[in-house]
Design a binder for this molecule. Structure first.
Ligand code: NAP
Length: 285
């Protein structure tokens, strides 16, 4: 725990994270680290909310005096139809991961995953430039949508989405525009040939999931390799990229940077992403 005293008085500001299940979430440890670090009278709690109770749970936030919440699997998409206001970036992504309770009790939803993804790349690889060349994104789920929006907004001219279920990739391309191309998994080697960035936005490689088993030999050695999976931190993809000389960026930073805006809005202080914070979260396993 050791980074200061945690004050939780009767006047504490409150926020949390809703998910189902929620036991795996690192967000409580992350936000409570920052609360202790800044000696803030506040609390951030895990909230186990079943999908059928999401509307009720969100509507109760204002009545219970909550400043807001984060949302995780499986609520990010469903919440877009429940909140009263939605930011442009969340609209584009089609998912909400952060909610602010406004002074009049209305709920404003936004999505900070796209910011978290790009900021992590900028901090993890000096000189990162989204316009450097085509990006190859594996996956077409909610996280892949945030990655695609982030890359296009940062100036990437072509994102090649490769997904097991081709139709899901095609739907993503249709909603996000002509800079997104969808390709079948068999075309991965060709897609990587002139790529400047390779992103794993599938759940493959995560503890308890099947491994991500791909051949990197066609990928230029200058391409940045990044994985959204952060458990384990050093995924097989990152190890393989590093061994052949590609620069690599792990996925933990995305989680940390996406959390900053919510914390600042709820608790009034912009928190920093530091090596101590990373170490704290990694020490929890
Ligand atoms: P999701 O919506 O459930 O999407 C899962 C993706 O993985 C889909 O593209 C799916 O393909 C693919 N997939 C799953 N099993 C597969 C298999 N056996 N073979 C091939 N493809 C498979 O999940 P998500 O919310 O996008 O999250 C994806 C990953 O990103 C998760 O590991 C999550 O923890 C991570 N993530 C990390 C951060 C961070 O801050 N670092 C933030 C968000 C998410 P189909 O469409 O064919 O099913």
């Amino acid at each position: 725990m050791g980074n200061g005293t945690h004050i939780i008085s009767g006047r504490a500001k409150t926020a949390g994270v809703m998910g189902w299940p929620i036991g795996h979430s690192k967000s409580p440890a992350l936000h409570n680290f920052w609360l202790r670090q800044h000696h803030i009278d506040g609390a951030y709690v895990p909230m186990a909310v079943k999908p059928e109770h999401l509307t009720q749970a969100l509507r109760a936030l204002s009545a219970q005096g909550f400043a807001g919440v984060n949302l995780t699997v499986p609520h990010k998409e469903a919440a877009t139809t429940i909140v009263d206001e939605i930011s442009d970036v969340a609209k584009k992504i089609g998912a909400i991961n952060t909610i602010f309770v406004l002074p009049d009790g209305r709920l404003r939803g936004t999505n900070t995953d796209a910011f978290g993804f790009i900021e992590n790349l900028k901090q993890g690889f000096t000189g990162f430039n989204a316009a450097a060349g085509p990006a190859v994104v594996l996956g077409a789920g909610g996280a892949a949508r945030a990655v695609c929006v982030a890359l296009i907004d940062a100036g990437c001219r072509e994102v090649r989405v490769i997904n097991r279920t081709l139709a899901r990739g095609e739907a993503l391309a249709k909603s996000l525009g002509a800079k997104i191309k969808t390709l079948p998994w068999q075309n991965l080697a060709t897609a990587m040939k002139d790529a400047a960035l390779l992103v794993n936005a599938t759940s493959l490689g995560m503890t308890g999931q099947p491994p991500l088993d791909i051949d990197l030999s066609s990928l230029p050695k200058t391409a940045v390799v990044t994985d959204l999976v952060y458990a384990p931190l050093d995924t097989a993809l990152l190890v393989a990229g590093r061994e052949r000389g590609n620069p690599t960026v792990d996925g933990l930073g995305m989680l940390l940077y996406q959390a900053q805006a919510g914390f600042e809005g709820w608790f009034g202080v912009k928190p920093s992403v530091t090596p101590e914070l990373r170490q704290h979260l990694l020490s929890l396993g």
